[in-house]
Design a protein around this ligand. Structure first.
Ligand code: FA5
Ligand code: MG
Length: 381
C-alpha cells in the first residue's frame, strides 16, 4: 500500500495534512497516527475483510428490498460539529462532544465519530432508504475490540403512513418491529446460527433504542446500535408525517465474528500472511493466526492530577507504541489520607506479526513513561 501523502483525496474533497493536524492549535487534538489513517478507506477494498463484509450486507439489502437502498461509501470523514452532533440532537453538554472523546480539527470541525453525521443531510436530499459506510474516529480505551479508527455502516428507512396503518400497529411499534426483523435477518444472512440478544439502551437520536450483542470469545460483544428515529429529526427534514428507523453497525466487530479475527488491530495489517487470507466475495474464510506471539506486560503506577483521563493515557501509549500495544488496563486505584489518587495501569505489548525483544519492550516502556510525565501532568511512583 502506498504511504500516506500530506494531501489526500476523499470523495472529491482534498484533505491537506496541515489543515488537519495543527499542534499549536488548542482546538485541535488530531495526532499524526490518526491523520495517517485518513483516506485509507479499508471498507472500499473488495479483498479486505471489511470490504467483503460491506458487500455481503449490500447483498442482503439488495435481495430483500429489491435494490431500493441507495449506497454511499465515499463521503468525507471531516464534518461540522453541527452535522456530527446538533443535527442528530446530541445535547450541548453530552460527553461525546468533549475533546476527550472526539478528534477536533478546529472548534467547529471534527473527524466524524459516527456515520449518523450524514443522516440529516441525506434525508434532506430526499433519500428514504440508504446505507452509509465510512471510517469513524474516536478517542477511546485500548483493547482487542476498541480502536481509535473503525468503520460503521448506517442504515435508514423511512415509512409512509399507509405502510403502518395497514398493520394495525402504531407507527413506532411498527418501525421497531420492522427494524428488529431486518437486523435479525441480516445476522442470519451473515452468520447462520449465532448467539445474540437485544439490549435496551439510549441514543439522543432514537427512541426506543436498542443494541445487539453477539456472544464472541466467551463474552457478549456489542455489534450495533439502532432505534426508531426521533420525530424531531424527521420534522427537520420535512418528513413530519412519516416514521423511520436507523441503525449503526460496527463493521470490525461483525467482521471479527464472521472471520474469527481475534484482535481489531489486525484489520490494519499489511502483512501478507493476513491479507492473503481474504478474497472478494468469500464470506466463509476463517482467519488462521500465523502463530501466537507472547504478550509482555508492563505496569506503571502514578499519582494522577485532576485533568487525568484514560483516553489521554491511551493516546500517549499509542503515540509511542503504535499497534504494538494490545491493551491498557487499570489494575489498581486508591486514594491516600492526603486525598492523592494513585492509578496503576497494566500495558500489554504484543505484535500480531512477530516476537518482540525484551530490549525493544523496555525501550517502549521507558519512552511511554517519559511521555506520560511530559504530556499528562502525572507523577510517576
Ligand atoms: C453509535 O455510534 C450510533 N450512531 C449508532 C446508531 C445509529 C444508533 C443510528 C441508533 C441509530 P455506538 O457508539 O454504540 O453508537 O457505536 C456503534 C457501534 O460501533 C458499536 O455497537 C460497536 O460495534 C462499534 N464501536 C464503537 N466504538 C468502537 C471502537 N472504539 N472500536 C471499534 N468498534 C467500535
Ligand atoms: Mg454503544
Amino acid at each position: 500500500w502506498a504511504p500516506v501523502a500530506a494531501v489526500l483525496e476523499v470523495g472529491g474533497v482534498k484533505i491537506v495534512k496541515e489543515d488537519v493536524v495543527r499542534e499549536d492549535d488548542p482546538t485541535n487534538n488530531v495526532p499524526d497516527t490518526i491523520f495517517s489513517k485518513l483516506g485509507l478507506q479499508l471498507h472500499r477494498r473488495d479483498n479486505h475483510p471489511l470490504g467483503i463484509l460491506k458487500n455481503a450486507i449490500y447483498e442482503y439489502f439488495d435481495t430483500n428490498y429489491s435494490g431500493k437502498f441507495v449506497k454511499f461509501d465515499n463521503l468525507s470523514p471531516i464534518v461540522s460539529t453541527k452535522e456530527n452532533f446538533d443535527d442528530v440532537l446530541v445535547p450541548a453538554d453530552h460527553v461525546s462532544r468533549s475533546y476527550n472523546d472526539t478528534y477536533y480539527v478546529n472548534a467547529n470541525t471534527v473527524l466524524r465519530c459516527h456515520t449518523s453525521a450524514h443522516q440529516v443531510e441525506l434525508l434532506r436530499q430526499g433519500h428514504n432508504q440508504f446505507l452509509v459506510t465510512g471510517d469513524v474516529y474516536r478517542r477511546d480505551s485500548i483493547d482487542a475490540t476498541h480502536y481509535p479508527v473503525f468503520h460503521q455502516m448506517e442504515g435508514v428507512r423511512v415509512f409512509s403512513p399507509d405502510e403502518w396503518q395497514a398493520s394495525g400497529l402504531d407507527a413506532t411499534s411498527y418501525a421497531a418491529m420492522d427494524l428488529k426483523k431486518s437486523l435479525e435477518g441480516l445476522a442470519c444472512h451473515l452468520f447462520g446460527d449465532v448467539e445474540m440478544r437485544w439490549v435496551d439502551t439510549y441514543f439522543p437520536f432514537t427512541n426506543p433504542s436498542f443494541e445487539l450483542e453477539i456472544y464472541f470469545q466467551e463474552k457478549w460483544m456489542e455489534v450495533l446500535g439502532c432505534g426508531v428515529t426521533e420525530q424531531e429529526i424527521l420534522k427537520r427534514s420535512d418528513r413530519m408525517d412519516n416514521v423511520a428507523w436507523a441503525f449503526g453497525l460496527g463493521l470490525e466487530r461483525l467482521a471479527m465474528v464472521l472471520f474469527e479475527i481475534p484482535d481489531i488491530r489486525l484489520f490494519w495489517s499489511t502483512d501478507e500472511r493476513f491479507t492473503s487470507q481474504f478474497s472478494e466475495g468469500q464470506l466463509g474464510a476463517k482467519f488462521k493466526p500465523f502463530s501466537k506471539f507472547p504478550p509482555c506486560y508492563k505496569d506503571v503506577s502514578f499519582w494522577i492530577s485532576d485533568s487525568f483521563t484514560e483516553n489521554n493515557l491511551c493516546e500517549v501509549v499509542r503515540g509511542i507504541a503504535g499497534d504494538l500495544v494490545e491493551e491498557v488496563q487499570l489494575i489498581d486505584n486508591f486514594t491516600n489520607k492526603k486525598g492523592m489518587t494513585s492509578h496503576c495501569y497494566r500495558i500489554a505489548y504484543r505484535s500480531t506479526e512477530r516476537s518482540l525483544t525484551d530490549e525493544e519492550i523496555n525501550q517502549l516502556q521507558w519512552n511511554v513513561r517519559e511521555a506520560m510525565q511530559s504530556k499528562l501532568n502525572v507523577v510517576l511512583r
